[in-house]
Ligand binder design. Structure first.
Ligand SMILES: Cc1cc2nc3c(=O)[nH]c(=O)nc-3n(C[C@H](O)[C@H](O)[C@H](O)COP(=O)(O)OP(=O)(O)OC[C@H]3O[C@@H](n4cnc5c(N)ncnc54)[C@H](O)[C@@H]3O)c2cc1C
Length: 308
C-alpha cells in the first residue's frame, strides 16, 4: 500500500525555514509538546508550530498529511494530523513503531521539547462536498488516521448541524488485538458521535484475536476479520434482499449496483495485507490497481473505491 511504502523523494533535501508558513517546498522546525504511549507499539505525539507559521485554513482541505524528517539519517515519511492543525499551531498524530522501521522508531525516541522538522501540507486525497451520499470507511491499524481527519472535519468539528450534502458515514476499523486498538483520544469522539448522531455516523470495531479480554462483546468488539457481511450491513442491505444478484452461488454476495440507489464511496486504508484483502492490492508506482478483495467480489469497481 502507498500507506507503507512512500517513495523516497529528493524533497527531503528541501531547505529549512522558520520565517514563512509551512509548505511542501521547505522544512519547518516544530516542537514536540507531548509524547504518550498508547499501546505496545504506538504513541500519540503532539507537535506545535509557532502561530505565524500556521497555513491558511483554505489550504487545509482534508485529507492531508505532513512529512516528518528523521534528522539522523535524513529520511522523511508522511503522517496524518488527526484533527488537522489549529490556530495555535497544534497537531496530534497517532504513530506506530515497526520493529525494523526507521522513522517511526526515531519519532518514538524523541523527548518533549525536541525539535522535529516537518514539510507539508501534502494532499492525501481531496474531499469534495456533494459527490457522495454515503462513505464506507474501512481501516486497519494506524490506517484509521486519515479516516479520523475526515470525520473530524465533517462531523466532529462542526459548530452547526451538518448540511444535507454531508454524506452519511460508516467506519469499520480493525486492529490485531484489543491493546493495539486506537487510543481513547481517537475512539471516544467517534463513539460519542455514533451515539449522538446514529443516522449520520456508524462505527464498528473488529479485532483479529481477543487477547486477554474475556468478553470482547461487552466492549462492542467483534472478534473477526471485516468481511462481506459487515460491508453489506454498512450499506443497510441484508442477504435476503433483492439487491443481491442470485444467478449462481458464486455470485451470492454480488450487489446490483444499479439498484443501490445511492452514491457510495469506499475509502480503504491500512497495512498492505488489509488493503489487499478488502479492496485488492495497490498497483505499481502508487497507482490504485484494480479493485479486488471482498469489495471486488461484491461487484464494486474503481469508481466506487479509493485506497488511501
Ligand atoms: C499519506 C500517508 C499518511 C500516513 N499517516 C500515518 C499516520 O498517521 N501514522 C502512522 O503511524 N503511519 C502513517 N503512515 C505510514 C508512515 O508514513 C510510514 O510508512 C510508517 O511510519 C513506516 O515508516 P518507518 O520509517 O517507521 O518504517 P520503514 O523503515 O518504512 O519500515 C516499515 C516496515 O516495513 C518493513 N520494511 C522496510 N523496508 C522493507 C522492504 N524493502 N521490504 C519489505 N519490508 C520492508 C520494515 O521491517 C517495517 O516492518 C502514512 C503513510 C502515508 C503514505
Amino acid at each position: 500500500a502507498t500507506y507503507m511504502f512512500w517513495p523516497e523523494s529528493e524533497s527531503r533535501a528541501a531547505p529549512t525555514r522558520d520565517d514563512i508558513p509551512i509548505s511542501p517546498s521547505h522544512f519547518t522546525p516544530a516542537t514536540l509538546l507531548s509524547s504518550e504511549t498508547t499501546g505496545p507499539n504506538s504513541k500519540l505525539l503532539t507537535l506545535k508550530l509557532p502561530t505565524h507559521l500556521v497555513p491558511f485554513p483554505e489550504d487545509l482541505n482534508p485529507v492531508w498529511s505532513i512529512y516528518m524528517k528523521d534528522s539522523d539519517i535524513q529520511v522523511e515519511r508522511p503522517y496524518t494530523p488527526l484533527e488537522g492543525i489549529d490556530k495555535q499551531g497544534i497537531m496530534k498524530f497517532w504513530i506506530k513503531r515497526y520493529v525494523d522501521g526507521e522513522v517511526g522508531k526515531w519519532l518514538h525516541s524523541k523527548n518533549v521539547g525536541d525539535s522535529i522538522e516537518i514539510r507539508g501540507p501534502v494532499p492525501t486525497w481531496a474531499w469534495r462536498e456533494g459527490e457522495y451520499d454515503e462513505l464506507v470507511m474501512i481501516s486497519g491499524g494506524t490506517g484509521i488516521t486519515p479516516m479520523y481527519q475526515l470525520i473530524h472535519h465533517l462531523l466532529i468539528n462542526q459548530k452547526s448541524t451538518p448540511s444535507t450534502s454531508t454524506p452519511r458515514i460508516t467506519l469499520l476499523h480493525s486492529s490485531r488485538t484489543p491493546v493495539e486498538l486506537p487510543p481513547p483520544e481517537i475512539l471516544q469522539p467517534l463513539k460519542s458521535l455514533a451515539a449522538a448522531q446514529p443516522e449520520r455516523f456508524k462505527f464498528h470495531l473488529f479485532v483479529d484475536s481477543p487477547g486477554n479480554l474475556s468478553s470482547p462483546a461487552s466492549h462492542n468488539l467483534q472478534v473477526s476479520r471485516i468481511g462481506t457481511s459487515a460491508v453489506q450491513k454498512a450499506l443497510g442491505l441484508s442477504q435476503g434482499s433483492s439487491w443481491f444478484k442470485r444467478k449462481s452461488s458464486a455470485e451470492a454476495t454480488k450487489i446490483d449496483r444499479e439498484k443501490l440507489g445511492k452514491r457510495v464511496l469506499f475509502l480503504v486504508s491500512g497495512p498492505d495485507r488489509t488493503v489487499a484483502a478488502i479492496a485488492g492490492p495497490m498497483g505499481r508506482n502508487l497507482s490504485q490497481g484494480d479493485v479486488g478483495g471482498i469489495l471486488g467480489e461484491m461487484g464494486f469497481t474503481s469508481q466506487d473505491v479509493w485506497k488511501l
